[in-house]
Every structure is written in structure tokens, then in C-alpha cells.
Design a protein around this ligand. Structure first.
Ligand code: PLP
Length: 391
């Protein structure tokens, strides 16, 4: 059934399995055991090289990377941080975890931050912007950078789902002060769990290394010299969000697959988007002109649908073996801001709400073939036809 294909992962490269076996034999699973060349250290070097940045710190998740990033930027004590209102619940959670307060910015029907609302909410109280490139959709980075420069506040990039995406040819995650990526299984590179933080700033790097759990002189196993660490030694909490060597070993050989997966993902996305956009009831929003995407999912909006028709479409697709999700109609969807009840005083965000009530979410693994995409299009377009032509 097609539904099963949407949740399959690619096999872990065989070379990782041989490396894992060696690791199991040695029992050397902790990143700071070996004096040098531990798998986690090598992953950091390789990832920094892949993205073209100076520094990378591997951690246990993207959420941990975001938390450490905020801490390394000196944020906390109730600092207000702008975030888009369309993202995964882990993002406002990381903000709260860092002792900050998220200020939710409207997201438009193209799934990107609404820049008018961003400017309206960007007052003297805002200490940083955390742009979450939700489902790999890139917000206007030129506008965000300009706003941050003008106010002299940092831009943090949640690039969890944006590995392989570029903006004006620059890699997403390298544009802000810090970029954070995820290796959770539903992302482009599958480590089960895991995350990584990248930066070109030596001070942010040194603090992130120590706070991620490099106690005593373990900083010496990272990419830079003693001077940058000396001023932070014993002055920072150790949050212990380290990655272990098993995860790094699973992740490393997949870095060579990023380009292919990104290209296949985009090809699949654009093929299916073309078929769906032919329907007058569907809009797959175009990406921004500066953006080159690496999607592994597809989102589309239902046009002029009632709640009842939208619910009927979900039922109709389910009948044909496809679990189509409409964010706002799902029970307890963690990507829907009104379900973030751990936040105080969630504002009304009519634009984001309207989008969430009509936006469909479909996973699209890079390994899908054209026949699968045709099958998906047939189910969705057939469903649309069935619920919009009433006797
Ligand atoms: C998956 C995801 C996260 C969370 O990543 P974890 O590694 O699971 O913590 C955050 N933001 C976005 C946009 C994501 O897709």
C-alpha cells in the first residue's frame, strides 16, 4: 500500500554497518574517550566542510542544538525571541527551555514568515529572531538579515529540515549567526536521533562546545585552540547534550548522499506539485525566487473548501490507503500553534490559522518512483473530485 512507502527510510549505507561492528567490538561509544578521531569528532569536521563553515558541534537533537545556540548567544532571563507560528512544537519548547519567551509571528499561505507581521512585532524588546524553515520552506532571509543587522540582534536558523537548501546560492543554516540541523529519522540524514549546530563565530563555538558537555579539558578534542576556551573554562553550565559515537557512525556515510537525496526530493516534489496544481481546487505555493529547495515532503492548500469538504477529503484518501494530514483538522497536531498550551497567552493569529485549516501535509521520501507519485496524484485528485462534485 502506498501509505507504507511514505514512511519507509532508505537503508543505512553498508560501510556504516562495518564501522558499527568495529565500534561494538571496542566498546568505545563515548565521544571523548579517544584522544582523537572519534566518530563524533570526524562527523563535526565533515559536516563543517560540507556546509563550508568553520565550526560544528554535534549534539543529541536539533532541539538541543537550538537550546545550546540560544545559551551560547547569551539569551535567557525572559528574553523575547521572534519565531514563526508554523513550526514543530519542539521549537517554542527549546525557547522556553532556554529561559526565553517566544513571540509568534504570522505565517502566510505560502508557509513562510509574514514579513509585515515580523516588522510589526520587532520592537526594542526582541532579543533575537529564530527562523524555523518549517518543512524546508525558507522565509525571506534577506529581509530577516536586514532586520537583525539594523537592530543588532542575532538570527538563529532552525534548518532541521533544510539540509541541501540554498538561498541566493548560500547554504541554509550558514546565513544566521548559528544554524541547527536534525538527524532524527524523518529528516534528510537519518541517525535515529541527533542534531548539529554550525557557526563561524569562535566565541559561540567555544561556549557551545563546553555547554554541550565538554567538561575539563575535553575542548581540546574540538577544532580550535586553547585561547578561545580558556575564558569559558569552568564558567558555564554543562548541559550534557552530547552525541555518541554510534549515532555519528550511522550519520557520517550518509553525508555523501545529501546531494542526491536533495535532487531526487526536489524532482519528486516538482513532478507531483505540477500534477496537483493542474486542479483549480489546489494551490502548491511557489518557492521564493532566491530559494533552491531540498524537499522530502509536499504541502498544498485546498482552495474554497469548507471544513466539511476538507474532512471528507481526508476520509476519501484514507479509503484509498493514503493518510493525508490537514494540520489544523488533525487531533492534537504538534505543528499547530493552538496546541502549544505550555505557552502563556497564545495570541490569535488569523492568517496562520487560516493556512493551517487548509494546508495538507504529505511525506515524500526521495526514494519514491514516478509510478508512486502518479498513484498519489490519482488518489488526491480523485478525492478532490469526489468531495467537490455534489449531486
Ligand atoms: C524535526 C524538526 C525539529 C526538531 O528536531 P529534533 O532533532 O527532533 O529535535 C525542529 N524544527 C523543525 C523545522 C523540524 O523539522
Amino acid at each position: 500500500m502506498i501509505a507504507n512507502l511514505l514512511h519507509t527510510a532508505e537503508p543505512i549505507p553498508t560501510s556504516a554497518r562495518a564501522e558499527l561492528d568495529t565500534l561494538m567490538q571496542s566498546g568505545d561509544l563515548f565521544r571523548y574517550h579517544a584522544d582523537k578521531d572519534a566518530p563524533v569528532t570526524l562527523l563535526e569536521q565533515e559536516f563543517a566542510a560540507l556546509l563550508g563553515v568553520k565550526y560544528a558541534v554535534a549534539v543529541s537533537s536539533c532541539s538541543a542544538a537550538l537550546f545550546i545556540a540560544m545559551k551560547a548567544l547569551g539569551l535567557g532571563n525572559g528574553d523575547k525571541i521572534l519565531i514563526p507560528a508554523f513550526t514543530f512544537a519542539a521549537v517554542p519548547s527549546a525557547v522556553v527551555h532556554a529561559g526565553c519567551e517566544p513571540v509568534l509571528v504570522e505565517v502566510g499561505s505560502n508557509y513562510r514568515m509574514d514579513m509585515d507581521d515580523m516588522h510589526q512585532k520587532l520592537d526594542g524588546d526582541i532579543a533575537a529572531i529564530l527562523v524555523s524553515h518549517m518543512r524546508g520552506h525558507t522565509s525571506d532571509m534577506d529581509a530577516l538579515i536586514a532586520a537583525c543587522v539594523e537592530r543588532n540582534i542575532p538570527l538563529i536558523e532552525d534548518a532541521a529540515h533544510s539540509l541541501g537548501t540554498t538561498w541566493n546560492g548560500e547554504k541554509i543554516g550558514t546565513i544566521g549567526a548559528v544554524g541547527c540541523f536534525s538527524f532524527q529519522s524523518y529528516k534528510l540524514v537519518n541517525g535515529g536521533e541527533g542534531g548539529i549546530l554550525i557557526t563561524n563565530d569562535e566565541d559561540i563555538f567555544a561556549q557551545a562546545v563546553i555547554m554541550s558537555g565538554a567538561y575539563e579539558a575535553n575542548w581540546s578534542k574540538h577544532q580550535t585552540g586553547a585561547n578561545s576556551f580558556a575564558k569559558y573554562q569552568n564558567t558555564l553550565p554543562l548541559y550534557n547534550t552530547r552525541m555518541n559515537n554510534l549515532s555519528a557512525t550511522v550519520i557520517r556515510p550518509q553525508l555523501a548522499e545529501v546531494e542526491r537525496r536533495a535532487a531526487d526530493g526536489l524532482k519528486n516534489h516538482d513532478y507531483l506539485a505540477g500534477k496537483l496544481n493542474a486542479s483549480r481546487h489546489i494551490d502548491v505555493p511557489a518557492c521564493l525566487p532566491a530559494e533552491h529547495r531540498a524537499p522530502d515532503s509536499l504541502q498544498f492548500n485546498l482552495l474554497d473548501f469548507t471544513d466539511q469538504q476538507a474532512a471528507n477529503l481526508v476520509k476519501n484518501c484514507a479509503k484509498h490507503g493514503l493518510k493525508l494530514s490537514i494540520f489544523g483538522l488533525d487531533h492534537d497536531n504538534a505543528r499547530v500553534f493552538w496546541n502549544w498550551k505550555f505557552l502563556d497567552g497564545i495570541p490569535d493569529l488569523p492568517k496562520t490559522r487560516a493556512m493551517l485549516m487548509r494546508a495538507c501535509d504529505l511525506r515524500l521520501p526521495a526514494a519514491l518512483q514516478q509510478t508512486h507519485l502518479d498513484q498519489l496524484a490519482d488518489i488526491i485528485l480523485g478525492g478532490i473530485e469526489a468531495v467537490t462534485t455534489k449531486a
